[in-house]
Design a protein around this ligand. Structure first.
Ligand code: FAD
Length: 320
């Protein structure tokens, strides 16, 4: 059976990996230049910066199975299990990619066919699925089963562009899914920061959820920080220029890091973390030969998105 998966975040990659292991003919399509989605690592002025998700956990035995594969391939290592002064946070091992958060997803992607820079513009079902690219080479691909792993608001936009709808009960359920936003500031530091291992600060002020030093974290040779603004600050300054929204974050980060930020840029995460999810870990319709997965279904966190992709793969295999 030919299965097309759209979205190369952790949910799409786990789903593709599981289906490929089961002998299915899988192709994964991604609008970006690489895999990872919100598990994103970026190069900037000689630094390596994790600018989306910072770590992952492994509670579910299936996630532990994936973790063991990643550990033996040396893609991931434990990062920390507690932060001094934050006894309120549950002690639990947080893992990071050895070369940044994208590393483990790249490892998974070795097991299936991946087509990058393929923006899925529309989908059409008539005995088989037709998936149409926007721009580029205007490619058109056909499949027996389609899996969408985009955040649900983007799935709904795709449905609208395609004049496609599922049964009204499911459409209603999908329309309840909402996300936070996150403005991320990535900065180069003029010297090592004062943060000690693990190199993180959470919620130092109401406008900031997270500050980390990627050098102390161990992913960057050059001192470089990641700052995640709160949902409220991000929404307030979403459409502002970097010159309007950046300086406040720069100044706050410099104060806590006790280093100057010499160069910086902002990145907007329009769908950062789901506030309201679909209510089931994945959705598969045998009738439409369509599956939906991702953190909109599994819930916030890499682990939950990964398990959603796993559940979608199992649902597809079970209906064969
Ligand atoms: C700032 C931030 C910090 C976070 N911190 C953590 C953390 O520390 N720990 C943790 O566990 N979780 C964290 N999360 C949440 C975690 O990153 C996500 O829950 C998880 O990565 C979601 O994976 P996914 O596969 O569901 O979606 P995504 O990673 O978003 O993947 C969806 C993919 O679909 C692609 N796509 C979209 N539209 C199209 C289209 N039309 N055609 C083709 N491709 C398309 C996108 O480019 C993307 O690659 C954080 C998220 C953010 C934004």
């Amino acid at each position: 059976m030919k299965i097309i998966i759209v979205g190369a975040g952790i949910s799409g990659c786990v789903c593709a990996w599981r289906l490929a292991e089961a002998g299915q003919d899988v192709v994964l399509l991604e609008k970006g230049r690489g895999v990872g989605g919100r598990m994103a690592t970026r190069r900037m002025k000689g630094a390596r910066i994790d600018h989306g998700a910072q770590f992952f956990t492994a509670r579910d035995p299936r996630m532990v199975e994936i973790l063991r594969k990643w550990e033996s391939a040396k893609y991931v290592i434990p990062w920390y299990d507690r932060i001094s002064g934050r006894e309120d946070l549950t002690p639990r091992v947080r893992f990071r990619g050895v070369d940044g958060m994208t590393a483990p997803v790249k490892g998974l992607a070795k097991s299936f066919c991946f087509k990058k820079e393929f923006f899925v513009d529309s989908i059409y079902f008539d005995e088989e699925w037709q998936i149409n690219e926007r721009g580029g080479e205007n490619r058109r691909i056909f499949a027996d089963h389609l899996v969408l792993t985009l955040p649900v608001p983007q799935i709904l936009e795709l449905f609208e562009r395609s004049h496609f709808e599922l049964e009204s009960k499911i459409m209603d359920q999908l329309s309840t899914v909402t996300y936070t936003r996150c403005l991320a500031l990535l900065g180069i530091l003029d010297k090592p920061s004062v943060l000690s291992s693990p190199g993180t600060l959470t919620h130092p002020i109401p406008e900031i959820d997270w500050i980390s030093d990627n050098q102390v974290k161990g992913v960057s040779e050059v001192p470089a920080c990641t700052v995640h603004a709160s949902d409220e600050y991000s929404k307030q300054f979403w459409d502002s220029s970097d010159q309007e929204r950046g300086p406040f974050l720069v100044e706050a980060a410099e104060k806590y890091l006790e280093a100057k930020i010499t160069d910086w840029t902002c990145h907007r995460w329009g769908f950062a973390k789901p506030l309201v999810t679909f209510g089931e870990t994945q959705y598969t319709s045998a009738w439409d030969r369509l599956s939906l997965a991702g953190d909109s279904f599994g819930g916030e966190r890499i682990e939950n998105a990964a398990m959603s992709g796993w559940d979608a793969a199992d649902a597809i295999l079970n209906q064969m």
